[in-house]
Ligand binder design. Structure first.
Ligand code: FRU
Length: 415
């Protein structure tokens, strides 16, 4: 299928408009004494509520269910020089041993740990990275789209299973056969051979409400050998007079929001399409892309870091977004800059991996909260307080804070 569109460049000029600490686009301070979760033996970060291809957050027989990227805490193995548990090292090394776990809840905020989704050894790589659990039928059938990652490869894959509920809890069946879907192609999306540190992951499938076809967003980098990209006028945008030339290394930052289309509704075969949004010379990571369809517009969201911005531009860790009347763009950066909800500069790493749900609620996880003394800090690895944003044309507004990990359904199914 050929779709005739050009990627939208998120420009350096847009990024110059990014302003930290504007109260309408800043996540409220998360207290140092934040609430933990029921299972203290694991860290959780990326949170993926069960949803369907129409973007509804699903509960089954009244049970809310989330999948999380999870790592078992190694209290006895990871010690500092005094023999105490070294939570910082344990937390920072979590990505290589990330696995999917599931949690369930009746009130959509007090989560009971269910255990692993795939047994150890089912996934072809040790690290299981983010994606989306999709309800494919109203009988609890799930296709988990996710990313198989190791030092040599990053592959978008899926695994099918089923959610079974009872009066007392939730169990899983299946999740035993992983089907690899695709790797980066080197034509639109950078490969491992082109860049050893490539970002290619985080599938998020959906049915386009306008054309009824099955698509998938994912995180990519723009194809081409690392160092070969040119930060052109279209990537720089309309900058003020006297703006310094683009620093030499800025061309190493080539994030993009990828799009693929399924050849049929089973979602077993996919064709990669050009990126929707590129960030050449702006930022290297546009992670976990997802969207809301509202008022005939596609609000496309992605998470990004301060540390992955290109030289000469900056912004907070948080969620960024773009809006268009057409799935394939052109997109306009929300709020003029792209920033939708950033961490406050007083707590720059307080939360990450935001997911904006259909009802405007935004879930994320707690990363690192500084202590009042300015040197100590507390590691999270738990759900952050949920907040609400409201979308109005090309602007977004933070309007409400809820409880930790509050992820209510937008559709309940009875099985
Ligand atoms: C976001 C993220 C995802 C990735 C996972 C790895 O927090 O970087 O892009 O799938 O975490 O742990």
């Amino acid at each position: 299928m050929t779709l005739n569109y050009q990627p939208t460049a998120w420009t350096r000029a847009d990024a110059i408009k990014v302003t930290a600490d504007n109260p309408t686009t800043t996540q409220p301070i998360v207290p140092y004494k934040f609430k933990g979760m029921s299972n203290k033996n694991v860290f959780v970060w990326d949170t993926m509520p069960i949803r369907d291809l129409k973007n509804e957050i699903i509960s089954i027989n009244g049970w809310s269910i989330i999948f999380t990227l999870t790592a078992t805490r190694r209290f006895n193995e990871i010690k500092d020089k005094n023999g105490n548990y070294d939570i910082v090292t344990d937390w920072n090394s979590r990505h290589g041993r990330a696995f999917f776990a599931y949690w369930y809840s009746k009130d959509s905020k007090n989560w009971t740990y269910g255990g692993r989704v795939m047994a150890e050894g089912v996934s072809p790589t040790k690290a299981e990275w983010a994606g989306t659990p999709i309800l494919t039928k109203d009988d609890g059938s799930i296709d988990l789209y996710y990313t198989c990652v190791d030092s040599k490869s990053a592959t978008i894959a899926k695994v099918a299973g089923k959610i079974v509920t009872s009066d007392t809890g939730v169990t899983l069946q299946g999740f035993t056969q992983v089907k690899k879907l695709f790797d980066a192609d080197g034509k639109y999306y950078q490969t491992k051979a082109q860049n050893g540190g490539v970002n290619f992951r985080d599938p998020s499938p959906f049915i386009d409400p306008k054309d009824g076809k099955l698509y998938m967003f994912f995180e990519g980098n723009v194809a081409g050998k690392r160092g070969s990209h040119v930060v052109g006028e279209a990537d720089i945008g309309l900058v003020p007079p006297g703006t310094a030339a683009v620093p030499a290394k800025a061309n190493l930052r080539v994030g993009c929001i990828g799009l693929a289309v399924a050849t049929d509704m089973t979602g077993n075969k996919w064709e990669m399409l050009p990126p929707l949004v590129t960030a050449i010379g702006v930022n290297d990571q546009t992670e976990r892309p997802h969207y809301i369809y509202q008022d005939g517009k596609y609000y496309l969201f992605t998470i990004s870091h301060k540390s992955t911005y290109a030289e000469g531009v900056t912004g907070p860790d948080g969620v960024y977004g773009f809006v268009s009347e057409s799935l394939t763009g052109p997109y306009r950066p929300l709020n003029g800059s792209g920033l939708v909800l950033g961490n406050p500069s007083a707590q720059p790493l307080q939360t990450y991996s935001h997911l904006v749900m259909k009802n405007g609620l935004v879930t994320s996880f707690i990363d690192t909260i500084p202590a009042a003394n300015g040197t100590d800090y507390r590691i999270g690895g738990v759900e952050a307080p949920t907040v609400r944003i409201q979308l109005k044309n090309d602007q977004t507004f933070l309007t409400k804070t809820f409880d930790y990990g509050y992820i209510p359904p937008t559709r309940n199914i009875k099985v």
